[in-house]
Ligand binder design. Structure first.
Ligand code: TXA
Ligand code: MG
Length: 323
């Protein structure tokens, strides 16, 4: 087992140290409002290579480059369509990733050899402080996937990150403590490399909100595409236990539903989120809890309706297909 990384509470000094760690080629896991990310210097091939090793992720999967503001767009992307600028203005900082035509600075080791690069400005204050500080000293940005082992559930707290990656990080790497992720599911990914936007992964920002912003009503979602995005791998988002959707009653099975739904007799309730937003916030921690408590099944009542419920259904259906 390697030496544990250092979990650090965020003070001004910590942010500076963390930026310097990135500069030195180490990894820094940091909070974002969606899920925790595992960051490296986006221009350092050796540092980025370590992300893949620590995650156990195939090297041709592209990484999102996290930038501090819309002013950095031009540095990483070119031929940016008007609609993409509108989306960046409307949703950054926030839980949206835009896929754009790359500039040379975004090398193959970031884009998985594709001609596009994924860019995001998160709104979590610790993430923003870290990215800004790192940009100042490096003329680079932070490449970061979710801070989990490949195919596992995304982490929504620093202790989740430690549990996932502690054995693979070194004592020179850092995990920044920033509380529980306020949204709890990954960013909405919008492909902006064509004449019209395409949603590649649903998230907290919904199809309807994007359409409203762009003044269209026919946005395409999940079109068959050659672009690689990890959401397209069936086993993603799944805990180790079997996820069952609907109202099957399994004696001693774990149960997860909105508070308004009663616990079926004989089942063990793990969480009672009051709203769909709370449901999203507790989804991954409930998956983790079910595994930790040794349940072999987790019965989930899927939230109905539009909005973030769409992103939850997408993840739950994949989780139910399982491993
Ligand atoms: O909320 C999030 O997006 C979190 C936080 C840390 O920012 N990040 C995240 O990263 O979920 P990851 O690597 O676990 O998922 C990002 C997805 C991957 O499936 C990747 O394939 C896709 O974004 N992606 C990145 N660059 C891309 C590109 N150029 N074209 C298509 N998909 C891309
Ligand atoms: Mg991920």
């Amino acid at each position: 087992m390697s030496k544990s990384p250092f979990i650090s509470l965020c003070t001004e000094g910590t942010i500076r140290n963390a930026a310097e760690s990135l500069m030195a080629g180490h990894l820094v896991a940091f909070p974002t409002e969606t899920v925790y990310g595992l960051g490296a210097d986006a221009r350092n091939p050796d540092a980025v290579k370590r992300i893949y090793e620590v995650k156990g992720r195939p090297a041709d999967h592209p990484l999102i480059v996290h930038i501090s503001s819309i002013n950095q767009l031009d540095k990483w992307a070119q031929d940016i369509p008007e609609y993409a600028i509108s989306l960046a203005r409307a949703f950054w900082p926030g839980p949206v990733t835009l896929i754009l035509k790359r500039r040379d600075i975004a090398k193959d080791f970031i884009t998985g050899g594709q001609e596009t690069v994924g860019l995001r400005v998160p709104r979590d204050p610790i993430a923003l402080a870290l990215i800004s500080e790192f940009e100042k000293i490096s003329n680079s940005a932070i490449a970061a996937p979710s801070a989990n082992r490949f195919g596992q559930v995304s982490p929504t707290s620093s202790s989740d990150v430690l549990e996932e990656l502690g054995d693979f990080l070194t004592s020179a790497d850092l995990i920044l403590e920033g509380g529980t992720s306020s949204i709890g599911i990954e960013s909405t990914i919008i492909d902006c490399s064509g004449i019209a936007p395409v949603i590649l992964r649903s998230g907290y920002v919904t199809k309807e909100e994007i359409e409203l912003e762009l003044g269209v009503n026919n946005l395409v979602e999940f079109r068959e595409t050659k672009i690689k995005f990890s959401g397209s791998f069936e086993k993603h988002y799944a805990p180790k236990c079997q996820v069952i959707l609907g109202n099957e009653i399994i004696a001693n099975g774990a149960f997860f539903a909105l508070a308004e739904i009663e616990t079926p007799i004989g089942m063990v309730r793990l969480a009672s989120p009051a709203t769909v937003e709370d449901f999203a916030r507790s989804l991954y921690s409930t998956f983790r809890l079910a595994d930790k408590e040794g349940f072999s099944t987790l019965n989930v009542c899927i939230p109905q309706g539009n909005g973030i419920a769409v992103a939850l259904r997408e993840r739950l259906v994949k989780a139910a297909r399982g491993r």
